[in-house]
Ligand binder design. Structure first.
Ligand code: MG
Length: 361
């Protein structure tokens, strides 16, 4: 069995929340290279905006303490570099000082998947900046449950039965499974509220794993504003699953997500190539990259930079138009998040200072 672990954290960036420093990327690459042939089979290091992304293959399954320790050590070493260079927010996603066997709940985001390699196994790794894990909900629904996006649901007999979605409630810490197409409406009743209900896994009806996401929400872990979660996602394609083209097609439509500027604003989710995975305008807009690999005996054959394509120019242009419209709202909703979502920002501190100014009416 092959395991893919994508573990990410913001351990400091420059300038401000824009991008990961090359010295950090070099250090992470070097540390993972050293572990290849030993603890891990293969690795690839990249960044999306200010988030350091570690893509690793190995044979140890999900939640392996050795793999999580390796990622944690990389983040600690890279935090040291960030502190030396006085980068912004050095170590900001590491919410604890001591590693206790698993990075989940400690700040980093984790998406892992264990599977038996098929004759040919294309895997896409999606990585986002300036948004929250629920951002994947819309896209996973389109990929695996919408025949207008994925004609394979109609014309491939292997997909005809549909898929099972595992949905997590991050407030009440519970999970539920919904089968599509028969329970699509029930599924949508929940995942349409992406700040609370997150799709964690998608399976084919025969149990084949198709998608896995990171569901860590930093603010809920820390109980205060500590930056956005900036999620990752691993998705398999072809041979009884949506084709690679069907998996990236939903990103050709502009969608508005939460997490821009101070984690407090809605913005368009812009798909970009790696060279554009740097957040600039108003610290954004929120963006997503996708790296495509073929998995061969645990080796990562690739990557291919999937959104580095003029076919995505039009959605990028639409995202810029939406960004203008939302920015024109300034501090007003719906650019600013709803009050409930603002609970984990610095706004309550402002309100607390003004409490005494209020008089009964
Ligand atoms: Mg980030």
């Amino acid at each position: 069995m092959t395991t893919i672990s994508v573990i990410k954290a913001d351990v400091g960036s420059f300038p401000g929340h824009s991008r990961v420093h090359p010295a950090i990327l070099e250090k992470a690459t070097e540390m993972l290279r050293k572990a290849e042939g030993n603890l891990i089979t293969d690795s690839f290091v990249t960044h999306c905006g200010d988030d350091l992304e570690l893509i690793m293959t190995h044979t140890h399954g999900e939640d392996d303490p050795g793999i999580h320790k390796l990622a944690w050590d990389v983040f600690i070493e890279c935090t040291a570099i960030a502190k030396d260079l006085k980068l912004y927010g050095a170590g900001q996603d590491l919410l604890s000082d001591a590693f206790s066997g698993n990075v989940k709940g400690m700040g980093p985001g984790v998406a892992e998947m264990v599977f038996e390699e098929r004759a040919s196994d294309p895997v896409l790794v999606f990585m986002a900046d300036k948004t929250e894990p629920g951002a994947w909900n819309y896209y996973l629904y389109k990929m695996f449950a919408d025949p207008f996006n994925t004609p394979g649901l109609v014309i491939d007999p292997a997909m005809h039965e549909g898929f099972v979605f595992e949905v997590h409630d991050v407030i009440d810490k519970r999970k539920v499974h919904f089968s599509t197409p028969e329970e699509s409406h029930k599924l949508l009743a929940y995942i349409g509220a992406p700040s609370r209900y997150l799709i964690k896994y998608v399976y084919r009806k025969d149990g084949l794993i198709a998608a896995s996401t990171s569901t860590q929400r930093l603010n809920l872990i820390a109980g205060r504003y500590v930056g956005k979660d900036d999620p990752v996602m691993v998705v398999r394609g072809q041979s009884g699953l949506p084709s690679v083209g069907e998996l990236i097609e939903p990103f050709a439509t502009p969608v508005i997500v939460a997490g821009w500027m101070r984690g407090s604003h809605h913005g368009p989710f812009m798909p970009v190539g790696l060279c554009d995975a740097n957040c600039t305008r108003f610290d954004g807009p929120p963006r997503v990259i996708c790296l495509g690999f073929q998995i061969c005996n645990g080796k990562l054959i690739g990557p291919v930079d999937m959104f580095d394509d003029p076919a995505y120019d039009r959605v990028r242009s639409k995202c810029n138009e939406i960004a203008d419209i939302l920015r024109a709202h300034g501090p007003f909703e719906p650019h600013r998040l709803s009050l409930e979502e603002m609970e984990y920002t610095t706004l309550p501190i402002v309100e607390k200072e003004l409490t005494d100014r209020w008089e009964p009416i």
